[in-house]
Design a protein around this ligand. Structure first.
Ligand SMILES: *Cc1c(COP(=O)(O)O)cnc(C)c1O
Length: 481
C-alpha cells in the first residue's frame, strides 16, 4: 500500500516511511492511495475473530512493508486483556472493546476506554508504541518525542512509550492545571525514558514551546525530535478496527447495519469510522457530536468550515473536545471533493491563512449526503442532564465526553433507520472527570481498585518556566547524560 498527500505532493511513501513523521512535505495529511474493499466473504470470516486477529486482518491491508508474521506479533502483543483491563464490571476484557448495552440490542456504549489511561487514545497509542519500537530497532534509529498535553493525549503517549527502546518522551503540561488524578497518572511514571515537565503557564504556553522547538530545524534534526500528534496515520488506521468489532458485536449477520455516534474533537476517531464505511462496513449513520466548540457541527449543518481563533475556544467540562480547528478534517474533505488534491490545497490555503471555506456555496456540500454523516452539539448543562438521565434510567455512570455523545445520539435518533442498533463510542471513564460527575450526581465516580491511592505515589516531574531555551537545555542535558 502506498500513501498520498491530501495536497498532491508527488512522493508515494509506504507505511513505515510515514510512521515516525508528521505532515507530508506540502503540509497535507497522508491517506492510502485507495481504501481496500472488504468482500462479503472477508466480513463473514472476520466476524468470529479475536480483537488482535481482526486488527491484523485490517491493518495488513494498510501496512504492507512489515512482514506479516511481525505485524501479527505486534497486534498480539498490543491487544491483550491485560493491557485493556479496565472494562466495566460484568463485561469481558477479552473482547478488548466490549459493547455495554443500555437497551439490549438497540442502544449501547462501545467501550474504548479500557486501556491504561482510561481514555480511547490508548486504543491507537499502544499500537503506535509497539510499531515505533519495531521500526526504530530495525533501522537502528532513535526518536525523542516532544509534546504538550492538557491531559489525555500526553498520558496515553507516555503509557504507550514507557520502556520502549529507542524512544524518549519529553511531555510538557501546564503546572497545576490538570486534575490530581491526571497529574498522578502521568507524574507517577518512574520509567527512565519518560520526562514530565510542568510548565508554569497555561496549555497554550506549553504548546508554543513545542512549536518553537520544532521550528528550530537544526535542533530538531540534531536531537531527532518527533511527535505523536493526532494526524498520525497509524493512529487513524488502528481506530478503524473497533468500528468492525463494534459492528460484529451489535449484529447477528452481515446483512444488518449499525449506526455510531462519536464524541469528536480533532476528527480522528470519526475519520476512522468514515474509512471503515468506505471499506464496505455496513454503517447506516455516523453521528458526530461536539461540545460548545462546535466547528464540526457547524460544518455538517451548513457546509461552512470556520476554524475558531484561540480566544474563541471555550474551556469546557469535556476538555478533550475543546478544539479550535479539527486537524484530521482535511482527510474527510479530500474524499468529499472527489479526492482532488488541488482543490484541498486551495481550501487549506484559505484555512491556513486564518480564513474559512463554504462548500455549500460551491455545490460540493451536496455530495456529503453520500457519506452518512449527521451532527449535533452539547453543552455543560446537557452533559449534567445526560449523566443524570443515563444514571437514573440505566444505572450506568458515563464520563462527560461520552455524555456529549449520548445527548447528540438522542437528538439524532430519528436519522437512524428503525431496527438499526446505535452505539455511542465511550471515549473516557468517568473517574477521569470526577469533578463534573460530583456536580451531576453528587457522588464520586467508581475508580478501578488498582488505581486507588495513585495520588499518593511518588511523582517524577520537573517544574520549569515557559522558557524555550531552558527547555532545550533540559532536553540536551538528559539526552547527553
Ligand atoms: C481525544 C478525545 C476525544 C476527541 O477525539 P478526536 O479523535 O480528537 O475527535 C473525545 N473524547 C476523549 C475522552 C478524548 O480523549
Amino acid at each position: 500500500m502506498k500513501y498520498l498527500s491530501t495536497r498532491g505532493h508527488a512522493a508515494r511513501p509506504e507505511f513505515c516511511d510515514i510512521l515516525l513523521g508528521g505532515l507530508a512535505p506540502d503540509g497535507g495529511l497522508y491517506l492510502p492511495e485507495t481504501y481496500p474493499q472488504v468482500t462479503r466473504a472477508e466480513l463473514d470470516a472476520w466476524r468470529g475473530l479475536s480483537y488482535a486477529d481482526l486488527a491484523f486482518a485490517i491493518l495488513s491491508k494498510y501496512i504492507t512493508d512489515i512482514p506479516a508474521a511481525d505485524l501479527k506479533a505486534i497486534c498480539d502483543k498490543t491487544y491483550t486483556a491485560d493491557v485493556y483491563r479496565f472494562v466495566r464490571p460484568g463485561d469481558n476484557a477479552a473482547d478488548i472493546t466490549p459493547v455495554h448495552w443500555l437497551e439490549a440490542g438497540r442502544f449501547g456504549l462501545l467501550e474504548l476506554s479500557n486501556g491504561p489511561t482510561l481514555a480511547f487514545k490508548d486504543m491507537a497509542m499502544q499500537l503506535l508504541g509497539n510499531l515505533f519500537e519495531y521500526v526504530l530497532d530495525k533501522r537502528g534509529e532513535t526518536i525523542n518525542i516532544l509534546g504538550a498535553t492538557s491531559g489525555d493525549t500526553g498520558s496515553a503517549a507516555e503509557y504507550a512509550m514507557r520502556g520502549k527502546h529507542g524512544v524518549t518522551v519529553f511531555m510538557l503540561s501546564p503546572h497545576g492545571k490538570m486534575s490530581p488524578f491526571q497529574r498522578a497518572q502521568m507524574y507517577s511514571l518512574q520509567d527512565a525514558n519518560i520526562y514530565n515537565i510542568a510548565v508554569t503557564g497555561m496549555f497554550d504556553d506549553a504548546q508554543d514551546i513545542v512549536k518553537a522547538v520544532s521550528n528550530d530545524a537544526a535542533f530538531k534534526a540534531k536531537y531527532k525530535i518527533g511527535a505523536v500528534n493526532s494526524i498520525n496515520w497509524a493512529r487513524v488506521a488502528a481506530q478503524i478496527v473497533y468500528y468492525f468489532k463494534g459492528y460484529f458485536a451489535a449484529t447477528k449477520s452481515n446483512d444488518e447495519q449499525v449506526a455510531f455516534c462519536v464524541p469528536s474533537g480533532n476528527f480522528g476517531n470519526i475519520c476512522a469510522g468514515h474509512i471503515a464505511r468506505q471499506m464496505g462496513l455496513p454503517v447506516s449513520r455516523l453521528i458526530l457530536a461536539t461540545n460548545e466548540n462546535d466547528v464540526l457541527d457547524e460544518f455538517f449543518q451548513t457546509g461552512v468550515y470556520r476554524p475558531r481563533k484561540a480566544a474563541e475556544t471555550q474551556v469546557t467540562s469535556s476538555p478533550s473536545m475543546d478544539i479550535s480547528k479539527a486537524s484530521n478534517f482535511e482527510r474527510f474533505v479530500f474524499d468529499l471533493v472527489g479526492r482532488n488534491p488541488q482543490r484541498v490545497a486551495e481550501l487549506w490555503k484559505s484555512v491556513d491563512a486564518g480564513g474559512t471555506f463554504d462548500l455549500a456555496a460551491s455545490g460540493e456540500f451536496a455530495d456529503s449526503r453520500n457519506y452518512a454523516f449527521v451532527s449535533g452539539r452539547s453543552t455543560h448543562a446537557d452533559r449534567l442532564a445526560t449523566i443524570r438521565q443515563v444514571f437514573e434510567t440505566y444505572g450506568t455512570v458515563i464520563d462527560t465526553h461520552t455524555a456529549d455523545g449520548v445527548k447528540v445520539a438522542w437528538d439524532c435518533a430519528d436519522s437512524v433507520p428503525a431496527g438499526v442498533p446505535l452505539l455511542v463510542l465511550e471515549t473516557a471513564l468517568p473517574v477521569k472527570f470526577a469533578e463534573t460527575i460530583r456536580e451531576a450526581l453528587g457522588r464520586e465516580p467508581e475508580r478501578p481498585a488498582e488505581l486507588d491511592g495513585i495520588e499518593a505515589l511518588p511523582q517524577r516531574v520537573e517544574v520549569m518556566a515557559p522558557d524555550v531555551d531552558a527547555i532545550k537545555r533540559f532536553i540536551v542535558q538528559h539526552l547527553e547524560a
